[in-house]
Design a protein around this ligand. Structure first.
Ligand code: G1P
Ligand code: ZN
Length: 544
């Protein structure tokens, strides 16, 4: 029997998990004991009962396999009875959530830095998901951080590495390791929710799709679901082989980083439908032929059409969106007579609402959409939802969106990101806005009259916990808004996000470009924040 080693260590001070776990650059993770300290802090916080089941996998980025071998040996030395690990160390974030729930695991460890670039000098990340399949609640991440500040030793089995390249069941000390097919459980779940026959018919009729896996984790999932099960032609997927550095790309499905796909959908002989997902498979971008669907509109449209999909035939208990997400879905919820919750940014707030049965669908403006089938956002799920709606309505993506706008009005929306601003400059922008907020209510900027300014806070209706400081909101009397928020997931300097929204009840602005329609608000945002003079930046890094 291999020996359990107890290794002396010292704390690192920077192991504070953010909303999506701990994300750092690879060289930081490679420091002696760095990964081990954090993993031991997780185990010491969750205190798994002897014999518990753990799910383990990642998005295939550089350092994924090294980390998995270490975590397996540490799990064996910390009393787990079994680990379900994806073959090749692969599990997308939504698939991990699915496997945790389906197999009744105590929890899961997911290795990913989501949409952040990977590779030897890229980002790496680790997060813990609880038995509901969702991200660790704040109480738990706080406790993990506390543990990491006081750690003096960790436990690890002295054993050789495990072969992760074939599905098998092997022993690691007294613990069993099941190397599982990372795709099967997830693909089965998708097949149980969506009308695969109708989607197959749509594809057989000549409807052409293009899915960009961006050399990240969704490649094998897209191949199994779109090609093998839905019989789409081989060229329906691109960049479908996961690479440790994502082919040097930035695996974030938006108009800037998924430009290869965007060019195809806006080019000659474009397919009817395009979609992309991110590093770990939880985000989605939806495109039609020469047409972009904003994530906020996507959530509203899926909500309005949910009963066309077998898994949601009986209707939705409620919906939720993050505060900066446009209020397009609120209008649909109102018409359907179901509750609509506005939460802080980050997926974990949706989990409580879902566990309590209060919401079925939820989403964020940041290309994340999901439902209570798991407790993470889910990229391919959104793609299949759209395909099911298209198959059922027999309309193009653009027709579906335009019809939605004429039924509900349009929330014209955009997000401007200023990335990698020095932290001090970003903080001074936020401080300046806070000061401005004191005298803005009642003021007018052209046609816009300020109704209210605040720093968004949220009381969780389930556990009553309070989250404050979630974003500076400038609300106008006509329902238009500007929100200023600092990102919690960046790894370089600070990222300042400015969210802009105007509501257009009629059709007039529908033909206008969103940036044009938001022109006045963009000017007001610049004036109120003084971002140009305080940071030296005249243009956002990314506009979505
Ligand atoms: C970003 C998104 C947020 C999402 C998170 C994790 O966080 O804005 O909606 O939940 O990534 O994918 P941010 O960098 O804005 O804190
Ligand atoms: Zn992600």
């Amino acid at each position: 029997m291999p020996a359990v080693l107890t290794i002396a260590t010292q704390p690192y001070s920077d192991q504070k998990p953010g909303t999506s776990g701990l994300r750092k650059r690879v060289p930081i993770f490679k420091q002696p004991h760095y990964l081990e300290n954090f993993v031991q802090s997780i185990f010491d916080s969750i205190k798994p009962p002897q014999g518990s089941v753990l799910v383990l996998g990642g998005d295939g980025r550089y350092y994924n396999l090294n980390a998995i071998q270490v975590i397996l040996k540490m799990a064996a030395a910390n009393g787990f009875g079994r680990v379900l690990v994806g073959k090749g160390g692969i599990l997308s974030t939504p698939a991990a959530s699915c496997v945790i729930r389906k197999h009744g695991a105590y929890g899961g460890i997911i290795l990913s830095a989501s949409h952040n670039p990977g590779g030897m000098d890229g980002d790496f990340g680790i997060k813990y998901n609880a038995s509901n399949g969702g991200p660790a609640p704040e109480k738990l991440t706080d406790s993990i951080y506390e543990m990491s500040l006081n750690i003096s030793q960790y436990r690890i089995l002295d054993a050789p590495d495990i072969d992760l390249e074939k599905t098998d069941e092997v022993e690691l000390g007294e613990m069993k390791v099941s190397v599982i097919d990372p795709v099967a459980d997830y693909a089965d779940l998708m097949e149980s929710l969506f009308d695969f026959d109708a989607i197959r018919d749509l594809i057989r009729s000549g409807f052409r799709i293009k899915f960009d896996a961006m050399h990240a984790v969704t490649g094998p999932y897209a191949r199994e679901i779109l090609i093998n099960r839905l019989h789409a032609p081989e060229d329906s997927i691109m960049n479908a082989v996961p690479l440790p550095d994502f082919g040097k790309g930035h695996p974030d499905p938006n108009l800037t980083y998924a430009h290869e796909l965007v060019e195809i959908l806006y080019g000659e002989d474009a397919p009817n439908f395009g979609a992309a997902s991110d590093g770990d498979g939880d985000r989605n971008m939806i495109l039609g032929n020469r047409f972009f669907v904003t994530p906020s509109d996507s959530l509203a449209i899926l909500t309005a059409n949910a009963t066309l999909v077998p898994g949601y035939r009986k209707g939705l208990s409620g919906v939720a969106r993050s505060m900066p997400t446009s209020s397009a879905v609120d209008r649909v919820a109102k018409e359907l007579g179901i509750p609509c919750f506005e939460t802080p940014t980050g997926w974990k707030f949706f989990g409580n609402l879902m566990d309590a049965g209060k919401v079925t669908l939820c989403g964020e403006e940041s290309f994340g959409t999901g439902s209570s089938h798991i407790r993470e956002k889910d990229g391919l799920w959104a793609v299949l939802f759209w395909l099911n709606v298209i198959a059922s309505k027999k309309q193009s993506v653009e027709e579906i969106v335009r019809q939605h706008w004429s039924n509900f009005g349009r929330n014209v929306y955009s997000r401007h990101d200023y990335e990698a601003i020095p932290i001090d400059a970003a903080n001074s922008v936020m401080a300046h806005i806070r000061k401005e907020f004191e005298h803005l209510p009642g003021n007018t900027f052209g046609n816009y009259r300020v109704e209210h300014c605040d720093d968004f806070s949220y009381k969780d209706p389930v556990d009553e916990s309070l989250s404050t400081g979630q974003g500076l909101r400038l609300l106008f009397t006509d329902g238009s808004r500007i929100v200023f928020r600092l990102s919690g997931t960046g790894t370089e300097g600070s990222t300042l996000r400015i969210y802009l929204e105007v509501f257009d009840p009629a059709i007039e602005r529908h033909r206008l470009d969103a940036q044009e329609a938001l022109g006045d608000l963009i000017k007001i945002a610049g004036e109120v924040s003084q971002i140009a003079s305080l940071t030296g930046r005249n243009e956002p890094t990314v506009i979505t």
